[in-house]
Write a protein that binds this ligand. Structure first.
Ligand code: C2E
Ligand code: MG
Ligand code: MG
Ligand code: MG
Length: 286
């Protein structure tokens, strides 16, 4: 292909592209086709109340079943999706899909299950984001209490006034809000108190070292203490060992998520997993 192919917006392969550029080129072109090809799927990882063992929610984690490359994790394509703007339709697919999936699970008897969705900053900046979310809830009939958004501090700090007012509107609908990867970004506590976030999520980089690094143990402890005094729930992500869980329990961390309890699972495993398990009513889990 060359320029003479006409006035479309596609970028064409050039033989002198380096390997990285070539891989990106291939990915970008296939990413454009992934939605219509129905190549995205979500895996779900439970969040667990540490003291009761109840499941409080599941987090939806995006995967791309690439026709040639196999199952790709978000780190391999979310940055590209953000650069190309494709994160908007992909993110909309995730929201729609999660709402519809949750309604299906409710019909199968998993009532009051809350599902968390990771949001990219670009999504929140969309003019129609709030309307899109409201529409997805109305169209599927999902209770807003059964929906949660996870958003990083970095995203909030990029445009704090706008983002906080948007998050407050989502909260007003009844949607839960968590701050993801807490402790790794530059959040300012003065911004934190300006909106009614439900949960702080301690980043797994701290969690993985709580037993071996005094600094990481101190940071995790401080986040738990701060969350508790601000009346927020605190969840630790990336819990992989019994020792980490014991540490968190002792510090009175509310919830945990991680391979130690369960890896993310495909949707067909969720109902089986939940059979006989206690689900916490979202109303009381706030
Ligand atoms: P995150 O939201 O912080 O999700 C936690 C990541 O840690 C997930 O990786 C999860 O599979 C992994 N994880 C869970 N438990 C453990 C554990 O015990 N040990 C270790 N080592 N890892 C654990 P994943 O699924 O690859 O997702 C990576 C990131 O991609 C997510 O980080 C999130 O920021 C982003 N992401 C995932 N799905 C979406 C999506 O639908 N939209 C957007 N915009 N971003 C998404
Ligand atoms: Mg997350
Ligand atoms: Mg996280
Ligand atoms: Mg993380």
């Amino acid at each position: 292909a060359s320029k003479s192919d006409g006035c479309n917006a596609y970028r064409f392969y050039e033989p002198n592209m380096d390997e990285h550029a070539h891989k990106r080129f291939v990915l970008e072109n296939s990413l454009r086709k992934a939605l219509e090809g129905n190549e995205f799927l979500l895996h779900y990882q439970p969040k667990v109340d540490i003291s009761s063992g109840d499941i409080t929610a599941f987090e939806a984690l995006l995967r791309w079943n690439h026709p040639d490359l196999g199952l790709l994790s978000p780190a391999e394509f979310i940055p590209l999706a953000e650069e190309t703007g494709l994160i908007i339709p992909i993110g909309e697919w995730v929201i729609r899909h999660v709402c519809a999936q949750n309604v299906v699970w409710q019909k199968e008897g998993l009532s009051n299950l809350r599902i968390a969705i990771n949001l990219s900053g670009y999504q929140l900046q969309q003019q129609n984001f709030l309307e899109f979310v409201e529409e997805s809830l109305t169209d599927t009939g999902l209770d807003p209490e059964c929906l949660e958004f996870e958003i990083t501090e970095t995203v909030i700090m990029q445009n704090p006034d706008f983002t906080i007012s948007m998050l407050n509107k989502l909260r007003d609908l009844g949607i839960h809000i968590s701050i993801d990867d807490f402790g790794t970004g530059y959040s300012s506590l003065s911004h934190l108190k300006r909106f009614s976030v439900n949960t702080l999520k301690i980043d797994k980089t701290f969690v993985s070292e709580v037993e071996s690094s005094a600094t990481d143990a101190a940071i995790a402890t401080a986040i738990i203490a701060m969350g508790s005094s601000l009346n927020l729930r605190v969840i630790a992500e990336g819990v992989e060992t019994k020792g980490q869980l014991e540490f968190l329990k002792e510090k009175l961390c509310d919830e945990m998520q991680g391979y130690y309890f369960s890896r993310p699972m495909p949707p067909e495993k969720v109902t089986e997993f939940m059979r006989g398990k206690q689900i916490r009513n979202p109303e009381t889990a706030a």
